[in-house]
Write a protein that binds this ligand. Structure first.
Ligand code: SIN
Length: 287
């Protein structure tokens, strides 16, 4: 597998929705510009791309990531030693804590410029369980009635890392985590507003941009009003018709678009190790 021209790149969309498998490419080698551009196009079109059989070391994972932009900033989780841009998403066989990322979210949506992409490289995959779910915020937006879309068009949602990463947050209180070091902080309680409906930079498509982990309300709404509208949107966005269940294999690399998708790490593999390496690509101010 040494093909490295755009002509040999094979992008096979998933039947019935977003997502595509990419083959005909060796991610261990530096990618020529005429391959990066079609990958960017496929990423914008399909939202999540997976590349089977890509045995990468740390340098190769970092080099692949930098094809798509600068590294994102990854707070509140200790990175790999001497690799500040790689997080090890690790759950030990005897771990009792929930899997990292086990609720619907868009990575670091509380940042002023949340990451464009997250890249996850599978090192050890359990024999069953450990799938990642993705929900398509564009399809969910487009399924809303024109009247509802008009009603939410100018709303801004408030995002914060406080619930999971604050000093009184979920991770500060949990017990039984072994594979990862979470770093709760008072900074996590800062609040950042973003448009509730976000325009995709490359395609112009619009996506719902709220998630139950980091979105804490809607600007100008009472708490009850926020809970009611956000609750409806989360139920709407995570219906089966908008969700893809991604199954991993060792050495598979998957990259997803945080500007459009929610994701959710599932469990079901107690007694087995699951080990992934993760980078992010910096994004832009949501509009
Ligand atoms: C994450 O939320 O980044 C983790 C996803 C996964 O481990 O499947």
């Amino acid at each position: 597998m040494v093909a490295m021209s755009a002509a040999e790149l094979k992008v096979v969309p998933r039947e019935g929705g977003f997502g595509a498998e990419v083959t005909g490419i060796d991610l261990r080698r530096s990618l020529p510009g005429n391959v990066v551009e079609p990958l960017e196009e496929a990423f914008a079109r399909h939202g999540v791309l997976w590349f089977p059989d890509q045995p990468l070391d740390h340098d190769q994972l970092e080099a692949f990531t930098l094809n798509f932009g600068e590294f994102g900033e990854d707070p509140y989780v200790a990175p790999l030693a001497a690799r500040p841009h790689i997080l090890e998403v690790r759950r030990e066989p005897d771990e009792t804590a929930s899997p990292f990322g086990a609720a619907w979210h868009s990575d670091w949506s509380f940042q002023a410029t949340p990451p464009k992409a997250t890249i996850l490289h599978a090192k050890v995959v359990p024999p069953t369980g450990g799938d990642t779910l993705y929900a398509d915020g564009v399809a969910a937006y487009e399924a809303l009635s024109p009247a509802f879309r008009a009603m939410i068009a100018s709303l801004r949602a408030l995002h914060s890392a406080g619930r999971p990463y604050g000093e009184a947050g979920f991770y500060a209180k949990e017990e039984g985590r072994k594979g990862m070091t979470i770093l709760p902080s008072a900074n996590a309680d800062q609040v950042w507003p973003h448009p509730l409906v976000r325009t995709q930079q490359r395609t112009g498509a619009r996506a719902l941009f709220v998630n139950p982990i980091y979105t804490i309300g809607i600007e100008g709404f009472t708490s009850e009003e926020s809970i009611a509208l956000l609750g409806y949107l989360y139920r709407h966005m995570t219906q089966d018709r908008f969700v893809y269940r991604h199954q991993w294999a060792p050495n598979m690399l998957t990259m997803w678009d945080n500007r459009r998708l929610l994701h959710n790490a599932t469990g079901g593999y107690d007694g087995c190790l699951r080990l992934m390496h993760r980078t992010t690509v910096a994004g832009e101010v949501p509009i």
